[in-house]
Design a binder for this molecule. Structure first.
Ligand code: CTP
Length: 402
């Protein structure tokens, strides 16, 4: 399923040079399954032609309250009432001021005033206008009325000044929009997630590690925030960007991950251990790079501490729900069952790492869940969708524990 599947979104475009960026937003949301209708103010349609938005959304663009052919298409009142979300992007200081004071003198402002769906506003303007106390007061009025503001970014404006006021980057706006469209079933939950591999140093140049990319753990963090959770991600080395709204602590070795997790676990309601922690580390780490001629060719290893097992021992005292992963290449169910029991888990996601599309580095996954209700095979799908399905099970367990 695509991120915006089945969502009806009305986008209001006002008179800012950033209107051209919103053409990209509309295109992405449409491609990801949304039914997007665009309303433009007169100033908005001077920056980007309505035809552009019509072509990108596949829907007629509404610009004028009194144009006969537009009013026949669909009533704008109805549009704002049937939508899942009304997004004004870019929102100028003028439109923000009008909306803050209930002035409904054009099609967009009238639609917003009559809307019964959530309204989000993405300001874009010169930083002087944005920082002006009048604009700030108007933004506060809109927030008090329950509108969500997508904070603008800091940077250089079209007018060559620098400061806050640039339209938010899509990556951040998208997460806020998805948050608004998602049921907030994890509100109030403090979720600790581990992700990625660990690295165990042999010398300053070399380490032992594994193929984990961190994608599954990061997908869990991103989707949990979207569903309202407060997320702390403890991550081994990866190339992934920290998901929006997630607090991240970076670690390198299993020992560092152990220390951070044990410290953070006392304060959370759910722990998900998606990290591929190294089971072994070199018995000795050379302080200088080992030279070819001095190498012994035999590596003495010792076992690392099992973090999940330790969390299982501490579970009753701190009262969190504990979820682990099992990376397996054979006898999946049997191995998962053993780990669930030995590590005192509430849920385990068993992962077949022998397939290219379900294991390390892949963008898709297929896991089997095991909890007190038995085994459930989840479908082969994106890691983000897999994350949502795992969170559905966690959410159900949390609800039944109340
Ligand atoms: N895990 C951990 N600390 C370790 C090793 C594993 O916390 N030192 C956690 C992983 O994050 C995962 C779960 O334990 O949630 C299972 O990891 P996995 O590698 O599948 O199994 P192991 O317990 O390491 O056992 P084995 O390698 O023998 O299968």
């Amino acid at each position: 399923m695509s991120r915006f599947s089945g969502k009806k979104i009305v986008v209001g475009v006002t008179g800012s040079i950033a209107a051209f960026k919103v053409a990209g937003w509309v295109s992405t949301m449409t491609k990801e399954g949304a039914d997007v209708s665009v309303i433009m103010t007169a100033a908005g349609s001077r920056f980007v032609a309505p035809l552009t938005f019509a072509a990108l959304s596949g829907n007629p663009v509404l610009t004028d309250m009194f144009k006969a052919e537009e009013s026949h298409a669909i009533s704008h009142i109805e549009l704002g009432q049937k939508a899942d979300l009304l997004l004004i992007a870019p929102a100028t200081a003028n439109t923000i001021a009008k909306l803050a004071h209930g002035i409904a003198d054009d099609l967009l402002a009238t639609t917003v005033l009559a809307a019964s769906c959530p309204v989000m506003i993405a300001p874009a303007m010169n930083s002087g206008m944005f920082e002006n106390p009048i604009t700030q007061r108007n933004i506060r009025l809109l927030m008090d009325a329950g509108y969500t503001i997508i904070d603008p970014a800091y940077g250089q404006m079209a007018c060559k000044t620098e400061g806050p006021g640039r339209l938010a980057e899509w990556e951040n706006a998208e997460e806020k929009i998805l948050q608004n469209l998602t049921t907030q079933d994890l509100t109030g939950q403090k979720i600790l997630i581990t992700a990625g591999p660990t690295r165990e140093a042999l010398d300053p140049a070399r380490f032992l590690s594994n193929r984990s990319s961190g994608k599954m753990g990061y997908a869990l963090a991103r989707t949990a925030v979207r569903r309202g959770a407060d997320v702390h991600l403890i991550s081994g080395p990866t190339t992934l960007l920290t998901p929006y709204g997630v607090k991240k602590t970076s670690v390198v070795s299993a020992e560092e991950m152990y220390a951070q997790v044990v410290q953070a676990c006392t304060d959370c309601t759910v722990i998900i251990k998606a990290a591929a922690v190294s089971d072994f580390r070199p018995q000795n780490t050379a302080t200088q790079k080992v030279k070819k001629d001095d190498a012994e060719f035999v590596l003495q290893l010792e076992q690392t501490d099992d973090i999940l097992k330790k969390l299982g021992e501490m579970k009753e005292k701190h009262n969190y729900l504990l979820v682990g992963f099992a990376a397996e290449s054979c006898n999946l169910r049997e191995a998962g069952e053993k780990k669930l029991k030995n590590k005192n888990l509430d849920l385990i996601a068993i992962n077949d790492i022998s397939n290219n599309n379900t294991g390390f580095e892949a963008n898709t996954n297929q896991v089997t869940l095991l909890d007190s209700d038995g085994f459930t095979d989840l479908p082969l799908t994106s890691k983000e969708e897999t994350a949502n399905l795992i969170l559905d099970r966690i959410s159900a367990q949390l609800a039944s524990a109340v």
